[in-house]
Design a protein around this ligand. Structure first.
Ligand code: ATP
Ligand code: MG
Length: 239
């Protein structure tokens, strides 16, 4: 089933955080989800080991995914899961081009800073190169990350302008800067097992994460060629 890859060659852009949010939400909706963890920091694998009591049962993680093994992992995961999510390293590596080839949709998390926009641009250039030279079109969107919930900063506006000049699709839902998104990794919790009295704005974090996953799901279903009516029905069923 569809492979959604999260890529940005700039480290710390928010890839791993975005993968975990989308993976947990899609699983909560009742889909089976496999995360292929190719991030050398293994945050999601570590979280998975700690989260046995909290995590959705339809979520599983494959650790230590490398250039040598990804081919086999993607094949196996596709066969057993509704969605396969890939968390890539935050550096230029041969895994990037290799994984693009398997991907049905690429999400490029970009922080509202110029440096990050450059890391994102590298992924976009690779996708454009594949389209122009090899006629391989891989649908992709930028997802803005670590966005301040209160203000639209000038740096964020500059990133948005740059992307619109390049005609790159940007998801409507940005990932807001929330302490809950950091805390889940340390505690092995999910946004739904945390104590709302101890985590600030947990309800807003849940809402942001759900809205993001719904938008990703809608785009993937449309890309899969589902009719508008069936897309709406699926979204209503899982809401
Ligand atoms: N929306 C957010 N709100 C709060 N903290 C965030 C958010 N997104 C990311 N972070 C924090 O920023 C840091 C980097 O995020 P993350 O690990 O998701 O990035 P990455 O792109 O996967 O990094 P790498 O390239 O090193 O794999 C982490 O400490 C994470 O907790
Ligand atoms: Mg990461």
């Amino acid at each position: 089933m569809p492979v959604i890859t999260f890529a940005n060659t700039k480290g710390g852009a928010g890839k791993t955080t975005a993968v975990l949010l989308v993976a947990c939400e899609l699983s909560r909706m009742g889909f089976s989800v496999v995360v292929l963890d190719a991030d050398p920091q293994h945050w999601i694998s570590r979280w998975y080991e700690m989260s046995a009591a909290a995590r959705p049962q339809t979520l599983s993680v494959v650790s230590y995914v490398t250039t040598a093994t990804i081919d086999q992992h993607v094949r196996q995961a596709r066969a057993r899961a509704d969605f396969v999510l890939v968390d890539l390293p935050g550096a230029r590596s041969s895994l990037l081009a290799q994984t693009m080839g398997y991907s049905d949709y690429v999400l490029i998390p970009v922080q509202g800073s110029a440096m990050d926009a450059q890391g994102g641009a590298h992924v976009i250039e690779l996708l454009q190169y594949l389209e122009e030279r090899a006629d391989i079109r891989i649908p992709h969107s930028v997802v803005l990350t670590r966005v301040n919930s209160m203000v639209t900063t000038r740096a964020l506006q500059a990133v948005k302008d740059l992307l619109s000049q390049r005609r790159v699709h940007v998801l409507d839902t940005p990932i807001i800067e929330r302490s809950a998104y950091r805390d889940v990794f340390g505690s092995g919790d999910t946004l739904y097992s945390m104590d709302p009295r101890r985590v600030s704005n947990l309800d807003r974090a849940q809402e942001n994460s759900r809205t993001l996953a719904m938008e990703v799901l809608r785009r993937v279903l449309v890309l899969q060629g589902l009719a508008e009516r069936d897309v709406l029905e699926t979204l209503k069923r899982v809401a």
